[in-house]
Structures are given as structure tokens and as C-alpha cells.
Design a protein around this ligand. Structure first.
Ligand code: ZN
Length: 380
């Protein structure tokens, strides 16, 4: 039946005095004139709507919870989540981080009891950040970053042995370990020495890979570090089994505060603006993403996430054939908690809405402090 004959048939039906639609709209003995008018108006509205463009009729396509979920290009699953862990060099430490709700800094002896129930619930991946607390452990070269007895290398070995199915990502940076708190090695004038930094960062990445990390993720933003790490992995004969995830588009800004409290990685002078991207720098982010893909990155990351959804979309556009990760950073997580505590919204609803926005923009991997809760929420 053509659309025009459908419309004329419906018009004929609505005008017939004895048909069902007409009977339904006729006032019963108990009806008032008012109810007749409402019913008549309703029928007229349907006719107007149907005689319009049929593509205007969308509600039927998403009226059921399942069909609503089918509207998403990709749906959140447990395997998309990477859970950030702060690992202290104090083996028995378990300290709540005040600015980062429900998140702790843990020593290696507290790691397994914390993770065991989460792995049982379906935790697939963690990203490790080392936090040296001991006195005098920081120096200008960040020597503690690849200390074989340090918290990251020890944790990689432990987690590989205890949870064979858990995918271990090691964040690679120097800022937690340098006395100045910057993400590389500095010149005498305090500026970043890029080539020395790249040498050092790539050595640290290799140490984590050799310890058993499935994935190394340099977050330092030094130019050329992806190429250097890839070449060293190839030289060591391990490039085929180590994923290289680049924090390609990492923006400077005010959303990292709680993380710096957790990791003790605040710069002692200056800021990171000379190596992290300016918030308005969309074109610069695109260039950084292009560069890192050409230098051998296997996964591209955008950080932070919610204020940079266009960049995530760009990353998916540029890296069509590769996974895109997004880090919902400490400040985003803390903001959601603060707003929920103020009664602005329900935290679970917002956790899903913010994460689904990140997926919609193009990410298929989300680094999220909500991971433990999502493991419960996605099970129910
Ligand atoms: Zn850093």
C-alpha cells in the first residue's frame, strides 16, 4: 500500500459514522462534552501526524528497554574497563585518598585481597601507577621508576602470577619519581631535555615490559617516545607481545588534582604546559594522534574524557583501524561524586551517562575509577 492511499484510507475510516474509531470517540451516557472533545482532538492529532512525513515517527523504535540499548553503536561491557591502581612502596599501606572518593593508595601486601573479589566479578584490566613514599627515593632522573624492588615492577610480577587472566597495563612516566615532579629529565635552566627524557622513559617502559606488563602506556608526552619504545621492543624481540598504548592527546588543565594527591606527582615548580596540550588545541591533538600512530602506537588514548569528546571522536576518525581509549580522570570522577552528594543527580545514572557519552564519541576502552561499581552494575 502506498503512503498516499494509507493516508486516504485512514481519513475514510475516521469519517465513517459507525466504525470502531468513531464509536470509541463517541461520548457514552456517562461521558461529558469535555471528554468527547479530548477524544476528538486526539484523533485529529493522529491524522495530522500521519499525513505528515512518516519518518517523523521514531518512538516505536526505542520504546522497550532492549530496543533503547540497541540504539547505541557500542554498549559498555566489563572488558572495556581499565581500573587505575595507586601502588605505594609501603607494603602495608592502605590509605584513602581524600580528594578521590573511595580510592586508596595501597601497598603490595594489600593488593591481592583488594583485587580478588573484583577479578571474581569480571575485572579484566588494571593500570598501575607507582607511588614512592619513602624518604630520599626521588632524584632528578626518576631512578626509582624502574627499580626492580619498586612497587610497579613488584606488582606486575605478583599480579601476573596470581591473576593469569588479568591484563596488566603499566603507566610509564617519571613525574612520580623525580625530585622536581616533572615528566622527564630537565636541563640546568629547568626546561625539559626531550632526547634524554625519551631515552630514560623508553628504558622504564622496557623494564615494565620485561617484568611482564601486557601493555606499556607512556603518559609523559615527550616528543618521539612512542617510536623509541617501539624500536626497543623490536630490538628486544618482544614487540609481538607487548601493547603500546600512547597517551597521545593528554591535555593540561585542572582535572588532575586528586590524582596528584594520590600519586604525589605535583611539579615542585612550573607546570606541564610545555608538554601537555592546551585545552583548545584540537588541531594539535590531531597532529599528535597522527604522529603516534605513525610511530607505532597500538592504542591511542585521550585524556581527560568528558570535556574532550570531540578529540575522542577525532581519534576514532584518524585511527579508524585501531582501538581508542579514554581516561575519565580523577577530577571528572570527583566532580560526579560531589554533584551526586549535593543531590544534583543519582551517581549510578551519571556514571553510566558519562561513560556512554565517552563510548558514543568513539572510545572502546575506558580507564575508569568507577570500574569496581560497574562490575556490580553490569552484573545486575
Ligand atoms: Zn608524568
Amino acid at each position: 500500500m502506498s503512503f498516499s492511499s494509507l493516508v486516504s484510507d485512514l481519513a475514510f475510516r475516521d469519517n465513517k459514522p459507525n466504525d470502531q474509531a468513531s464509536r470509541a470517540s463517541r461520548p457514552s451516557a456517562r461521558s461529558t462534552a469535555g471528554s468527547y472533545a479530548r477524544s476528538y482532538a486526539s484523533t485529529a492529532a493522529t491524522s495530522v501526524s500521519i499525513s505528515g512525513d512518516i519518518s517523523s515517527q521514531l518512538h516505536g523504535g526505542y520504546s522497550h528497554p532492549l530496543t533503547r540499548s540497541w540504539q547505541a553503536e557500542r554498549q559498555l561491557t566489563k572488558s572495556m574497563l581499565i581500573y587505575p591502581l595507586f601502588i605505594s612502596d609501603q607494603v602495608e599501606e592502605e590509605t584513602l585518598i581524600p580528594s578521590l572518593p573511595n580510592q586508596h593508595r595501597r601497598g603490595i601486601n594489600k593488593l591481592i585481597p583488594h583485587l580478588e573479589p573484583l577479578v571474581r566479578k569480571g575485572l579484566r584490566s588494571v593500570i598501575l601507577f607507582g607511588v614512592p613514599i619513602a624518604q630520599n627515593v626521588k632524584d632528578t632522573l626518576g631512578s626509582a621508576a624502574d627499580d626492580p624492588q619498586g612497587p610497579v615492577i613488584q606488582s606486575i610480577r605478583l599480579l601476573r602470577a596470581r591473576f593469569p587472566s588479568l591484563f596488566i597495563v603499566a603507566d610509564v612516566c617519571l613525574c612520580e619519581y623525580t625530585s622536581h615532579g616533572h615528566c622527564g629529565i630537565l636541563r640546568d635552566d629547568g626546561s625539559l631535555n626531550n632526547s634524554l627524557s625519551v631515552d630514560r622513559i623508553s628504558d622504564v617502559a622496557m623494564a615494565y615490559a620485561e617484568a611482564g606488563a601486557h601493555c606499556v602506556a607512556p603518559s609523559d608526552m615527550n616528543d618521539g617516545r612512542i617510536r623509541a619504545i617501539k624500536l626497543k621492543l623490536i630490538e628486544a624481540g618482544t614487540a609481538h607481545k607487548v601493547v603500546l598504548m600512547s597517551y597521545s592527546a593528554k591535555f593540561s588543565g585542572c582535572l588532575y588534582g586528586p590524582f596528584r594527591d594520590a600519586a604525589g606527582s605535583c611539579p615542585s615548580f612550573g607546570d606541564r604546559k610545555c608538554y601537555q596540550l592546551p585545552p583548545g588545541g584540537r588541531g594539535l591533538a590531531r597532529r599528535a594522534i597522527h604522529r603516534d600512530i605513525q610511530e607505532g602506537a597500538d592504542i591511542i588514548m585521550v585524556k581527560p574524557a568528558s570535556s574532550y569528546l570531540d578529540i575522542i571522536s577525532d581519534a576514532k576518525d584518524i585511527g579508524k583501524d585501531m582501538p581508542v581509549a579514554a581516561y575519565q580522570v580523577s577530577g571528572e570522577f570527583a566532580m560526579i561524586h560531589a554533584a551526586a552528594a549535593a543531590g544534583v543527580f543519582d551517581i549510578k545514572t551519571m556514571a553510566f551517562e558519562s561513560t556512554e557519552g565517552i563510548l558514543r564519541a568513539g572510545a572502546t576502552i575506558v580507564v575508569s575509577y568507577f570500574t569496581p561499581q560497574f562490575l556490580d552494575w553490569l552484573s545486575s
